[in-house]
Design a binder for this molecule. Structure first.
Ligand code: 6PG
Length: 236
């Protein structure tokens, strides 16, 4: 039974796991379950991928899954302004770990074209997202400073209702300095949001979050609240 934490702007459900492997297995199952549910109701599944390193083994597990891939549409919560084939790109990691190995139709995978320059990329991606009122599932990571996607402390989070869908992030504290990110408001337009939190260096960010500190992750506020999958050690 998840522990419910209510802070002013965000309802969060915390699921703790004794090992990283258990967290990854549960997250993989939750993603596949969300896809089955969405496809049974709407014949499509629109998922936003998290970047960073935490999701890699989850994506590798999905490579082996038996899913109705033709119904999947894959987006990215943020992207680093690097060449499209750069090993530090979030789209590159997801492709190597998973997307290059399953039969999701290529036109249904939507990398953020960050290699085309920030302004071109933000307007192009905003157009791609214009047709999607609600994502079925958004996956997000958590940084040591409480950031999520490329929404960093002290930077514009764009969580107002009239916020742009996609924003350019300059001077990011995490390499590379220039990034493209979905806004907090756009990331909140989802039927389900799952945060994937692993690594002892996240402990302070988790503590702040649970104590109601307004870290960027706390600005993600879908109507159904957010699910946080984390290692039990981060709750001590
Ligand atoms: C990125 C991610 C970022 C990431 C967190 C956690 O581009 O880096 O979007 O938000 O999810 O920084 O990163 P790790 O999973 O590597 O700890």
């Amino acid at each position: 039974m998840p522990l419910l934490i209510n802070n002013p702007q965000q309802q969060s459900h915390w699921y703790s796991f004794n090992t990283t492997a258990e967290l990854e297995r549960a997250a993989t199952q939750a993603i596949l379950q969300a896809a089955l549910h969405s496809i049974s109701l709407r014949r499509t599944f629109h998922i936003v991928l998290a970047g960073g390193t935490t999701p890699r083994r989850i994506y590798e597990s999905l490579r082996k899954a038996d899913a109705d891939w033709a119904a999947w549409h894959v987006y990215f919560g943020d992207e680093r302004c690097l060449p499209a084939d750069h090993v530090e790109r979030n789209s590159w990691m997801a492709a190597q770990a998973w997307l290059n190995h399953v039969a999701i139709p290529r036109p249904q995978i939507y990398p953020i074209p960050a290699e085309k320059g920030a302004q071109v990329a933000t307007s192009a991606y905003a157009q791609i997202l214009a047709g999607i009122e609600l994502f079925d599932l958004v996956l997000l990571g958590l940084g040591e400073d409480g950031h999520t996607a490329s929404l960093f402390p002290g930077h514009e989070l764009s969580n107002a209702a009239d916020a742009p869908t996609v924003i350019v992030v300059e001077n990011a504290p995490k390499y590379p300095p220039q990034r493209i990110s979905l806004s907090a408001h756009r990331l909140s337009a989802a039927r389900k949001v799952i945060f994937l939190v692993s690594g002892v260096m996240k402990q302070q960010a988790v503590r702040d979050w649970r104590n109601g500190v307004a870290i960027p992750a706390a600005a993600i506020s879908p109507t159904t609240g957010v699910d946080v999958y984390l290692e039990a050690a981060l709750l001590t």
